[in-house]
Design a protein. Structure first.
Length: 264
């Protein structure tokens, strides 16, 4: 089959590997709970999200916390890569635990990649992606417009948001595959350099602010925020778990980086 003549194809729900057609290298197969879509290696934009009438692959159609257009796969030409952009409100979780936030962009490598949208309604929505490489000609199916805000969005004061944005800067920028929180001293320096800081911050006051937020979330039933739950050595895991909870619920998002605008 010449890929120049291979049109986009709609895949039926639950297509087993034997029923998915052979495809040229670079073809992408995206499958959700209601079926999927296949596109050969060419310039194309493929959408997935809640709005069944406005996307190629519906996902989370009965969950208002999933965005109408939650994600976009794009390819510039026949020789390029497939890119994923999160255009939704909630993060998209990758297999290695990395959270793609709103606006984050990432190349989808050849092979199988499961994507998960974790709803604040304690539901998870799976989107399965397969990009055919030269040794795999038989893939296996395995807008941000009008999105209802997640039910579990934690209230933060302006100064708490500033501190936590600085602490989670590497996560929000989306440039590191495995980001870590900033050290307390670096967080304090970043907060003090912000035009939105209302006082002088030290590493201790930053740590106390983060602890206050962590304790509030612990009282609301969030797990992994105490030393007993994490176990020794604790390291930075308490801050990591706090940041991931704030990102998962879209309490923090990449737009909060505007609080640190102009800082290197």
């Amino acid at each position: 089959m010449a890929y120049e003549r291979f049109p986009p194809q709609i895949l039926p729900m639950g297509s087993p590997s034997g029923r998915v057609p052979s495809a040229p290298p670079g073809t992408i197969f995206v499958t959700g709970p209601e079926g999927g879509y296949a596109v050969p290696p060419r310039r194309y934009t493929l959408l997935f999200g809640r709005d069944r009438e406005d996307v190629h692959v519906p996902v989370g159609v009965d969950d208002p916390t999933v965005s109408r257009r939650h994600g976009v796969f794009t390819r510039a030409d026949t020789e390029g890569d497939w890119w994923l952009v999160n255009t939704g409100n909630l993060p998209i979780e990758l297999p290695d635990g990395v959270l793609m936030l709103t606006g984050h962009k990432r190349i989808i490598e050849s092979g199988y990649t499961p994507l998960v949208i974790n709803s604040s309604k304690q539901r998870s929505h799976l989107v399965e992606v397969r990009v055919v490489d030269g040794d795999d000609r038989h893939p296996r199916s395995t807008s941000s417009a009008e999105t209802t805000a997640p039910e579990t969005v934690y209230a933060l004061s302006p100064q708490e948001r500033l501190v936590l944005t600085a602490l989670a800067r590497r996560y929000l920028e989306g440039q590191d595959a495995f980001p870590l929180p900033l050290a307390w001293e670096d967080t304090a320096r970043l907060v003090n350099a912000s035009p939105y800081a209302t006082k002088s911050w030290t590493f201790r006051s930053v740590a106390n602010t983060v602890e206050d937020v962590r304790e509030r979330l612990r009282r609301r039933g969030v797990r992994g925020l105490t030393r007993d739950e994490v176990g020794e050595p604790v390291g930075s895991m308490l801050s990591v778990n706090l940041i991931r909870e704030l990102l998962r619920t879209a309490t923090l998002n990449a737009q909060d980086l505007e609080l640190l605008a102009g800082q290197g």
